[in-house]
Design a protein around this ligand. Structure first.
Ligand code: HEC
Ligand code: HEC
Length: 327
């Protein structure tokens, strides 16, 4: 009788173990899912100098591509490359158990850069987060803001002008946590966005920038990292979970609430104070915010962003001090 019970228990345990193991194996493999089916956007580089100049502004300022794709030493110290055309990549973005990710060489070198990557493939990784290899490009998918065709075209047009620099960059190394939750990481669908071109100062331009190519909303909105960073609360009400300060592990950062509420950082600021703060740049060495890029934004764009943020519904969400003792 006892023997029989042991046998049954053994079978049940064995089957359970097998299930768990196959679940983990299946999960671990899902990060290699193939997304070549995601259509290449119908975007083509232009040689119009005005379009290229618009792209340069986006790459080095609003959309802050150079905060990651500059030379590794420059990115480490949160500088902008002294030669803005040096987008050789190679910085190691260490994200703990999520893995280590390497911003690519996006100069026009054919072997180690994007010289042999088509306009459509470039547009696809920027808009949908699907790399040239058809896999989910984790960082690109999570950090690049949505943008209108006009801006996407401008960015690609500018990238085509970057002189070739030979610099082979390693492939991303997905960590165990990223692999386990990778089933939650999916390419962005087409997300229609109302394009408001640069020029006049307006709340609408501010909304386009802050929720679009500048991606302020991506960092300043609460999200669930275990669920593909899906929003879990009102836009711009501040990110709830803390992230370690890479320059000193005794400290951590939380991203503040930017809505016009007393629990937000901006309640006391008028438009001029906001512009002055954005121009002043980085205060905390380890902050992930690309202050150096944003400090270069035009006066009208910064003022437009203020006007937009100031008309958001006030949301009470006290995340505490932006940089504080860990734990
Ligand atoms: C926060 C860092 C970060 C920012 C900002 C960023 N990238 Fe990337 N980029 C990466 C990383 C890391 C990779 C490697 C693939 C991955 O993990 O997404 C990458 C890969 C790429 C690739 C190669 C994709 C492929 O097919 O292999 C291109 C092209 C690119 N980025 C362009 C851009 C452009 C243009 C911008 C600005 C609109 C930008 N990136 C902003 C980190 C960043
Ligand atoms: C990559 C993430 C990220 C992005 C993108 C980002 N921020 Fe931040 N932001 C942070 C973090 C982290 C802090 C807190 C640490 C600090 O002050 O640098 C912060 C702080 C701030 C502060 C408070 C500064 C202070 O003096 O207390 C303002 C204002 C702000 N961000 C505005 C913006 C605006 C406007 C945008 C878009 C143009 C933006 N942020 C985009 C991460 C981000």
């Amino acid at each position: 009788m006892l023997k029989k019970i042991f046998k049954v228990v053994g079978i049940v345990l064995g089957a359970g173990l097998l299930l768990v193991v196959s679940f983990v194996v299946w999960k671990l493999a899902s990060y290699e899912r193939d997304f070549t089916g995601v259509r290449l956007p119908n975007i083509h580089a232009s040689q119009d100098p005005a379009v290229i100049a618009q792209g340069e502004y986006l790459v080095h300022s609003v959309a802050h591509c150079s905060a990651c794709h500059g030379p590794a030493s420059v990115v480490t110290h949160h500088q902008l490359p002294s030669n803005l055309q040096d987008m050789r990549g190679g910085y190691a973005l260490r994200a703990g158990p999520f893995g280590t990710f390497y911003p690519s060489n996006i100069t026009s070198d054919r072997e180690t850069g994007i010289g042999a990557v088509s306009d459509g493939q470039l547009a696809r990784v920027i808009r949908h987060g699907v790399g040239r290899n058809g896999r989910y490009a984790a960082f690109m998918g999570l950090v690049v803001g949505n943008m209108a065709d006009e801006d996407l075209t401008a960015i690609i047009s500018y990238l085509r002008t970057l002189p070739a620099i030979r610099n082979a960059v390693p492939d991303d190394e997905w960590g165990i946590v990223a692999k386990l939750i990778s089933a939650n990481f999916n390419p962005h669908p087409n997300r229609p966005i109302h394009y408001v071109p640069a020029g006049a100062l307006s709340r609408e331009r501010g909304e386009y920038l802050a929720t679009g190519p500048a991606a302020c909303s991506g960092c300043h909105t609460p999200t669930d990292p275990m669920n593909g960073f899906a929003p879990t609360g009102p836009l711009f009400s501040g990110e709830g979970h803390a992230e370690p300060d890479p320059t000193d592990s005794a400290y951590e950062f939380v991203v503040p609430n930017l809505t016009p509420d007393a629990t937000g950082v901006m309640t006391g600021w008028d438009e001029d104070q906001f512009v002055a703060r954005m121009r002043a740049g980085r205060v905390h060495a380890g902050s992930k915010m690309p202050w150096e890029n944003f400090a270069r934004m035009t006066e009208n764009d910064l003022r437009s962003i203020y006007r937009y943020l100031h008309t958001l519904p006030a949301t009470s969400h006290d995340v505490g001090t932006s940089r504080r003792h860990a734990g």
